[in-house]
Design a protein around this ligand. Structure first.
Ligand SMILES: Nc1nc2c(ncn2[C@@H]2O[C@H](COP(=O)(O)OP(=O)(O)O)[C@@H](O)[C@H]2O)c(=O)[nH]1
Ligand SMILES: [Mg+2]
Length: 367
């Protein structure tokens, strides 16, 4: 784990107030699952059921350097409505992030003093480490970790490329509740195949739900965590010390636009960010994003028709109108190379080529 030896309350600016206000640990929900499975959509759905007098906080950890989920999640006047969102971009928050999970959590909790807390780790993160961090003695006084929900797409679960991937497996194994997401897209055969795969993986006895657009019963939030505490020695990895100000931010301030690329855990992430003086052509952006298929794509664009959030996974592009954004940003994630781990099939290689195409297309059309 990272080497910050501080507790949640010690780094808060007003520790006494926080201690006084947090009389009982905050019900906390960890929502894991692979890239693009529907975690943010589930949190959005749950937010619609927030009692008006409660404050709910969300910590979103993104694989890429530039956060996008915060913008896709947030709505107008969130804070007045009791919704507090904090992003931790730049890799798995328990390890490589420049703003470690502990600090982000402490800031979010001291600023919002939430009645409920949601944590969405990146789909390429290490949930076991996040759990062991949350269960450390100093966090236990503040955080009451409820049932861990792992979302998966039944159509992918059956593919060895996914169920043999160590991160995907870890996510399934730490689940208290399994959520078969995007059930609107399953055939009856997908459901039968899903059951067989769950049996093969020894996961058939875990409680299981289907979800469509994250429509799970809100009462599930009261489910307690059953699984054994995470193994603290789970696995330790190198913790890069990221600079306090990411290079892209400096570049953005200087040039009005910036580009960033990172390779981690066998995946490449590329991000583009433009300040709000750039007004994009909606049709051009839509055509561009429609034409390429990386493993995952997220974007927010200020266009002549308004501000739009784009989301693409499994070749399906969705677009929603947003009320506000300080800038335009795009992020794509794709397998680092056809030699990397299990990504040796044709699909991975076509994803790779299309990612190279998008890179060229974006460079020529956006810059
Ligand atoms: N058809 C379908 N699409 C979904 C469902 N849930 C999420 N999506 C779409 O899948 C994409 C990724 O969802 P998101 O919640 O951002 O995934 P995350 O990366 O796991 O947070 C978005 O375009 C969503 O609109 C669902 O139940 N059915
Ligand atoms: Mg998300």
């Amino acid at each position: 784990m990272y080497s910050y030896n501080i507790t949640l309350l010690q780094i808060s600016q007003t520790p006494r107030t926080v201690t006084a206000r947090i009389s009982s640990p905050i019900p906390t929900h960890l929502i894991t699952g692979f890239l693009g499975v529907g975690k943010t959509t589930l949190i959005k759905h749950l937010l619609e059921h927030k009692p008006r007098n409660e404050k709910w906080a969300i910590l979103v950890n993104e694989f890429g350097e530039i956060g996008i989920d915060g913008q896709l999640l947030s709505g107008p006047q969130d804070q007045q409505k009791g919704i507090f969102i904090k992003e931790v971009p730049g890799g798995c928050m328990c390890c490589t992030s420049g703003l470690p999970m502990q600090i982000a959590l402490a800031m979010l909790i001291s600023q919002s003093k939430p009645d409920r807390l949601f944590i969405e780790p990146t789909g390429l993160g290490h949930p076991n480490e996040v759990i062991s961090e949350l269960q450390k003695p100093h966090n236990r006084e503040v955080i009451d970790l409820k049932a861990v929900m792992t979302m998966f797409d039944a159509r992918k679960l059956v593919q060895p490329r996914y169920h043999d991937h160590h991160i995907f497996r870890e996510q399934l194994e730490i689940a208290d509740i399994l959520v078969a997401a995007k059930a609107d897209l399953y055939t009856e055969q997908d459901k039968v195949d899903m059951l067989h795969t769950l049996e093969k993986l020894g996961l058939q006895d875990k409680p299981r739900h289907f979800s469509v657009q994250g429509n799970l019963p809100v009462a599930l939030l009261e489910t307690r965590r059953n699984s054994a505490p995470a193994n603290e020695e789970a696995h330790h990895h190198h913790h890069a010390d990221a600079p306090a100000t990411p290079a892209w931010q400096t570049q953005l301030e200087q040039d009005g636009c910036a580009y960033t690329q990172q390779t981690r855990s066998g995946f490449i992430t590329e991000g583009w960010i433009y300040d709000k003086s750039h007004i994009f052509d909606f049709t051009q952006i839509f055509t561009l994003l429609n034409g390429i298929n990386p493993e995952r794509l997220k974007g927010v664009f200020i266009t002549e028709r308004g501000i739009f959030g784009f989301n693409k996974t499994d070749g399906i592009l969705s677009c929603i109108e947003l009320s506000e954004s300080d800038d335009s940003r795009l992020e794509i994630i794709y397998p680092a190379s056809s030699e990397s781990g299990t990504d040796t099939d044709d699909k991975a290689s076509s994803v790779w080529h299309s990612a190279l195409d998008i890179n060229k297309a974006i460079r020529t059309r956006l810059s």
